[in-house]
Structures are given as C-alpha cells and as structure tokens.
Design a binder for this molecule. Structure first.
Ligand SMILES: NC(=O)c1ccc[n+]([C@@H]2O[C@H](COP(=O)([O-])OP(=O)(O)OC[C@H]3O[C@@H](n4cnc5c(N)ncnc54)[C@H](OP(=O)(O)O)[C@@H]3O)[C@@H](O)[C@H]2O)c1
Length: 214
C-alpha cells in the first residue's frame, strides 16, 4: 500500500516509515519542504535497505498516498490540513497526533474539538479519520531489529477504516485493539501525555501500554 506520512521528517513519522517499509509498503515522506522530505527518504532508504521510500511536499504526499498519516505537532494541524482536504477526500487518514504543550505548564492541552483526531476530522470532512499509534514511542518504532512491546489502540467511526489501520499495526507485529469511536481519541491521546511523564520520571523513552483481560 502507498502510505503518505505528513511530517514524516520527524521521529514518529520516520519510525513508522521504517516499520512499514520493512513490511513491504511504499512510503511517501511528507514535509513542508520537499527537499527535506527527499533527504529524509534517502536516509531511510539507506537505513532500511528498502527502496520504495520517497519524499515530497505534504500536499503531493497526500495526493499520492492511499492512506495518509498525520505525524506532525498538534499546533500544525489548523495550518496544514485545510489545503489538503481535497487530496484526502475518500481516504483513510490516521492521526498519531497528541496535543502536548512543552515548557513547564500543563502538558496535555486538548483542543476545543475534544482531541486532535476530532480536530483533524473537522478539517478534513471528506476523509475518514482513525486515531492510532499515539502511544507507540518513536524510540520503539526506530529500533527495527526488536519487536515492539505494546498494544495498538485504534478508534474511529468507520469499521472498514479501522480494520485498514489495524492491519497496518499487525504489519509491524502489534496486537490491534478496537477502542470504539473517534470520541475515544481524547482519552487515548491523554494516555500518551501520561507515558511522556512516566518516561521522564524513569529516564526512559519507550513506556507503552498493554490491555489485559482480553
Ligand atoms: N515522538 C514520539 O515518540 C511520539 C509518540 C507518539 C505520538 N507522537 C505524536 O506524533 C506527532 C509527531 O511527533 P514527532 O516527535 O515526530 O514531532 P516533531 O518532530 O516535532 O514534528 C514532526 C514533523 O512535523 C513538521 N512540523 C513541525 N512543526 C510544524 C508545524 N507547525 N506545521 C506543520 N508541520 C510541522 C516537521 O517537519 P517539516 O519541518 O519537515 O515539515 C517535523 O519534522 C506529534 O503529534 C506527536 O505528539 C510522537
């Protein structure tokens, strides 16, 4: 599958790219700067030995991807998504975005929409947004020689879209768990703020979660 990763020059997007490329998917790294995306794609090709990793502007990446992944800061959504709405129409859009504000105040700062995923859905009305991968740390994703030690919580309003995303999780060895509608994206994004705090306390970078009792 052709997977566009907007903001794929960052740690989370690059980690997802490495895992999906290893599973045989074709990756288009997106950036505000196409040259930066091409450079990151070249770096990832060298790192993974996988050729179908290319770089492009966010707009071109969104056009080329069958699935579009949002891996950029929450503060960039309102700026980035409106002009991509047509290119995302009819597609599954995966939000990994966590509304965090660094600098000493409150870390978890959800938008008025309730969650970044719901904000993205409002900005991309023709797309089907699914929230997932928030709590899969970039550190875990990029350590491609190792299995990832956590579950994948997936939420969204469309069962087929959720199954597409669950399959992308299984492609990197994750157990996918259906976590209900997009209204549950807020709690899932909030868990990541908690994991970030735990990472800081325990001097780690890869705290994750597993659901028991299933
Ligand atoms: N890092 C993690 O372990 C982790 C774990 C779970 C979830 N997440 C979430 O995944 C997303 C990406 O995380 P990250 O650590 O990779 O973030 P990041 O490095 O801060 O940002 C990723 C990319 O987004 C682009 N970007 C930065 N500011 C932007 C803006 N104002 N508007 C549009 N694009 C902008 C940049 O790419 P260009 O300059 O090339 O455009 C940057 O390389 C975040 O929402 C984060 O909360 C991260």
């Amino acid at each position: 599958m052709d997977i566009a990763i907007l903001g794929g020059t960052g740690k989370e997007g690059a980690g997802l790219a490495a895992r999906w490329a290893a599973a045989g998917h074709a990756i288009i790294i997106g950036s505000r700067d196409a040259a930066r995306a091409r450079a990151k794609a070249e770096e990832l090709r060298a790192l993974t030995g996988r050729t179908p990793i290319t770089g492009d502007s966010n707009a071109e990446a969104a056009r080329r991807g069958a699935v579009v992944v949002l891996a950029l800061p929450a503060a960039g959504l309102a700026q980035t998504l409106p002009e991509l709405a047509d290119r995302c129409r009819g597609k599954v859009v995966v939000s990994t975005v966590v509304p965090l504000t660094f600098g000493g105040g409150r870390l978890y700062t959800p938008p008025t929409a309730g969650s970044s995923a719901e904000e993205a859905q409002a900005l991309l009305p023709g797309a089907t947004v699914v929230a997932a991968f928030h709590h899969v740390a970039a550190q875990e994703l990029s350590a491609t020689a190792h299995a990832i030690e956590c579950d994948l919580l997936v939420c969204g309003g469309d069962a087929a879209a959720k199954e597409t995303v669950a399959e992308l999780g299984r492609a990197m060895g994750l157990r996918a768990i259906d976590a209900g509608g997009l209204g549950n994206a807020g709690p899932i994004e909030g868990i990541t703020a908690l994991l970030a705090t735990i990472n800081r306390r325990y001097k780690r970078k890869n705290a994750g979660i597993r659901i028991t009792g299933l």
